[in-house]
Write a protein that binds this ligand. Structure first.
Ligand SMILES: O=P(O)(O)OC[C@H]1O[C@H](OP(=O)(O)OP(=O)(O)O)[C@H](O)[C@@H]1O
Length: 440
């Protein structure tokens, strides 16, 4: 039982909040989280936090923007109510993949569930809705998009009565995607298409809408993308957070964006325990990093167990947009006739791990496990995993996994409640938490 401490749970992960409170031996504090009909967040704290050490548990999955706003308002409410210290506990830190560069992966997180993928054998590894590509068929959930643009650019829309195109800039001639100056009718369609193609190249990371495309054709124009990670760090601090506790930040250097203490816990000890106790003959297996970015994490585990290590290199320099969906993956190392254990910090669309698993099986791996700290599994990630060569996917519950588990028999979940409860207890008592950071 810990005294003078208040643990408030946001709406992102009530189960984890309950687990943490039960480990600490305290009841979750009363809080009313609601929405006005306009969609604004309303927070009401149901008990006194005056002079208390307050911990607010809010994770970054699901409706991430709503959860972030709810967290900011709750922090501010506690500060206004004279809390002694407010610690934001973010098991999955939102926006931490956008710390300095735009989120530029192929297969951006998806928002629409596929409608006809109950049968794994009918599944393809395309993202749905896919990033619009020239010549590829429209996928489920993608209505219009660039095809719509091309339709809108059809001659009937821009031609005058004589069948010629008006100059750019005239009311009727403001066709998106066109360069300034007169344009010959005969090459309209081709040039527009090639410009749209260029636009797609530059915008492949996100689902573009037609308006976004209209920016693209200007030669030399560089799109500026907000560094949202920096903003989120500032927002938390401005709201009044005195301390941050999180786990496996995608980029550990992100801690440097804060001028308050950030405790970045590791999910690695949990994953290591799983390897030790649940993978038969694990010493003869191979630890595999599915990309160069995760090599350090994966080698830390391989070194600790004296296991072999392999790396998958993701080619990120496709020459054509159509290559992006099939960006090359190359295996460096040997997995033939061995169990392969993929280790990464997160799976979002699951493109990375499913494609890696396919490659590993092709290279002779007998079984493929994927061990991840954060199972974001957005869009059609679950269907993709079900239809993939992966034999087992192990994630922690930094975000809720109940629904995912009910849909994915390959999914196993490890509990981080104890780790966070222990971190909170130690922070509250001013004890060192370095023991929770240990790699080995
Ligand atoms: O499930 P997915 O949607 O495929 O995303 C998962 C991948 O994304 C992240 O890396 P990222 O591609 O951002 O590159 P990095 O590791 O080099 O930073 C993460 O480390 C995974 O490797």
């Amino acid at each position: 039982m810990v005294r003078n401490i208040v643990v408030l749970g946001g709406s992102s992960h009530p189960q984890l909040n309950n687990r943490i409170c039960s480990h600490l031996g305290i009841p979750p504090a009363k809080i009313v989280l609601a929405k006005f009909s306009v969609g604004e967040t309303r927070v009401e704290i149901g008990e006194s936090v005056r002079g208390k050490d307050v911990f607010i548990i809010q994770s970054g999955g699901g409706k991430v923007n709503d959860h972030l706003m709810e967290l900011l308002i709750t922090i501010s409410a506690c500060k206004t109510a004279s809390a002694k210290r407010v610690t934001a506990v973010l098991p999955l830190f939102p926006y931490s993949r956008q710390s300095d560069i735009p989120y530029n992966k192929t297969g951006a997180p998806l928002t629409k569930a596929p409608t006809n993928f109950n049968r794994p054998d009918s599944y393809t590894f395309e993202s749905r809705p896919q990033t619009p590509n020239p010549g590829t068929p429209e996928s489920v959930g993608l209505n219009g998009s660039t095809d719509g643009l091309l339709k809108r650019l059809s001659k009937s829309q821009f031609e005058d009565q004589n069948g010629s195109l008006p100059p750019y800039g005239s009311q009727k001639g403001r066709y998106p995607g066109a360069r300034p100056g007169p344009m010959k009718r005969s090459n309209t369609s081709d040039s527009v298409k090639s410009e749209v193609g260029e636009a797609r190249e530059r915008n492949s990371s996100t689902q573009m809408n037609d308006d976004a495309l209209s920016f693209a054709p200007r030669a030399g124009y560089k799109q500026w993308v907000a560094q949202a990670g920096t903003l989120v760090a500032d927002l938390l601090t401005c709201a009044g957070a005195d301390h941050i506790i999180t786990m496996d930040l995608h980029d550990p250097q992100y801690q440097g964006f804060f001028d308050i203490p950030v405790d970045n816990l590791y999910g690695r000890p949990l994953l290591k325990k799983y390897i030790q106790y649940s993978i038969p003959d694990y010493k003869s297996a191979v630890i595999v990093s599915p990309d160069a970015g995760g090599a350090k994490r994966a080698t830390a585990i391989a070194d600790a167990f004296g296991m072999d290590f392999a790396l998958i290199h993701k080619e990120r320099r496709p020459t054509r947009i159509t290559d992006r969906q099939n960006a090359t993956m190359m295996l460096v190392g040997d997995v033939a006739n061995r169990v392969a254990i993929l280790v990464d910090d997160l799976a979002d669309t699951s493109n990375t791990i499913t494609r890696a698993a396919k490659l590993l099986k092709k290279e002779g791996a007998t079984k493929v496990y994927a061990l991840l700290t954060h199972g974001i599994l957005s869009g059609d990630a679950i269907e993709r995993i079900n239809a993939s060569a992966l034999d087992k996917v192990v994630v922690t519950n930094t975000i809720p996994q109940e629904e995912n588990q009910s849909r994915c028999p390959k999914l196993e979940v490890l509990d981080v409640g104890t780790v966070f409860a222990e971190a909170i207890r130690r922070v509250h008592h001013g004890e060192s938490i370095s023991v929770l950071f240990q790699y080995d």
